[in-house]
Design a protein around this ligand. Structure first.
Ligand SMILES: NC(=O)c1ccc[n+]([C@@H]2O[C@H](COP(=O)([O-])OP(=O)(O)OC[C@H]3O[C@@H](n4cnc5c(N)ncnc54)[C@H](OP(=O)(O)O)[C@@H]3O)[C@@H](O)[C@H]2O)c1
Length: 303
């Protein structure tokens, strides 16, 4: 039995699409289980007694969090803590998801799990506090940090770019001095499911997963947008796609400061042995570029 929180979010929906049919999965909505409500979390977990909790629930509005500090901490820090404490009481495992925004962006090579964290915004601080609280309450928990999620579901950068294009925007200013690795939600979901399936063999602690595949060069948001429109152009060659104007972060002020560099290194995950000599290697070769055309096609088909 797996308790999945955040099942209506983009990662949650990718997980639900891919979970093995033999698993008994309970995915309460936020209305049915608000993770920031500690008594509710404890009573649901006591009643279900899941073998594993996967927490895909989060407050993900990076800019909104700057003004909505309490809600961000309630969900990302205390909500994660509530789940870990409840898991500890029933001896359940926990897979928790975190973010590249725990880093300040000053690195000049992809971040490893042992690099110092220094979040620049409330979202990153609340997620980091969640990580610490989870491992304190449940030292055997596994935390996977990921970056720049996109998928056919929910709100994400790919969908935003396609929506702006559909609204007839001729030119688009997109930030070109923040670098990272996009990650397809379905690929992250597959990695989480592989880890969940072999939890006893996975050493507890923090891991990084992003859609780098074999690529070593992260991309900017503007390059990501260009890749989106290249895919869209192949699906609908007759349509006029926007011209991209690269701008710097200072030309595009946002409420939350974002790291200029948040590429993650997946090396630690590559060394995980799942048992029977199996590793995660095939999943780690997947790149965001391979998933993007499919996601763009699906999003355009829905319009
Ligand atoms: N999106 C990214 O680019 C990105 C990058 C790196 C890491 N991550 C991490 O990846 C994970 C999944 O992100 P995502 O993009 O899938 O997020 P998302 O699409 O915003 O989904 C968030 C989910 O959390 C649920 N939720 C919010 N508050 C809740 C509460 N108090 N109690 C229970 N459920 C609650 C939401 O329910 P409702 O639908 O009912 O609101 C929704 O199902 C998060 O941990 C996030 O920090 C995301």
């Amino acid at each position: 039995m797996v308790l999945l929180t955040g099942g209506s979010g983009q990662l949650g929906r990718c997980l639900l699409d891919r979970m093995p049919s033999a698993w008994q999965v309970v995915a309460p909505s936020r209305h049915d289980l608000d993770i920031s409500n500690a008594p509710a979390v404890h009573s649901v977990v006591q009643a279900l007694r899941p073998a594993l909790i996967i927490n895909a629930a989060a407050y993900t509005g990076v800019d909104q969090a700057e003004d909505d500090v309490e809600a961000a901490y309630d969900i990302n820090a205390h909500g994660a803590q509530n789940l870990a404490q409840a898991a500890a009481r029933v001896d359940a495992g926990m897979l928790h998801v975190s973010t590249d925004y725990v880093f300040d962006g000053s690195a000049d090579r992809p971040y490893t799990e042992t690099d110092a964290t220094e979040p620049l915004n409330i979202y990153g601080r609340s997620k980091l506090e969640g990580e610490t609280a989870v491992l304190q309450a449940l030292p055997q928990a596994v935390i996977v940090r990921s970056s720049w999620l996109f998928s056919e579901y929910g709100q994400n950068f790919v969908r935003t770019m396609l929506r702006l294009a559909a609204n007839g925007v001729g030119q688009l200013r997109v930030v070109d001095d923040q670098l990272g690795f996009p990650t397809y939600g379905g690929d992250l979901a597959d990695v989480l499911i592989a880890l969940a399936s072999h939890m006893p063999n996975v050493a507890p602690g923090v891991y990084h997963y992003c859609g780098a595949g074999d690529e070593t060069r992260p991309v900017s948001w503007c390059e990501f947008a260009q890749a989106v429109f290249n895919c869209a152009g192949q699906v609908s060659p007759s349509l006029q796609w926007p011209v991209l104007l690269p701008v710097s972060s200072s030309d595009y002020p946002t409420a939350a400061t974002r790291p200029v560099f948040s590429a993650l290194s997946c090396k630690k995950l590559a060394s995980v042995e799942l048992g029977n000599g199996q590793g995660l290697s095939p999943l780690l070769h997947r790149t965001w570029r391979a998933a993007l055309p499919r996601v763009v096609r699906q999003l355009l088909a829905r319009r």
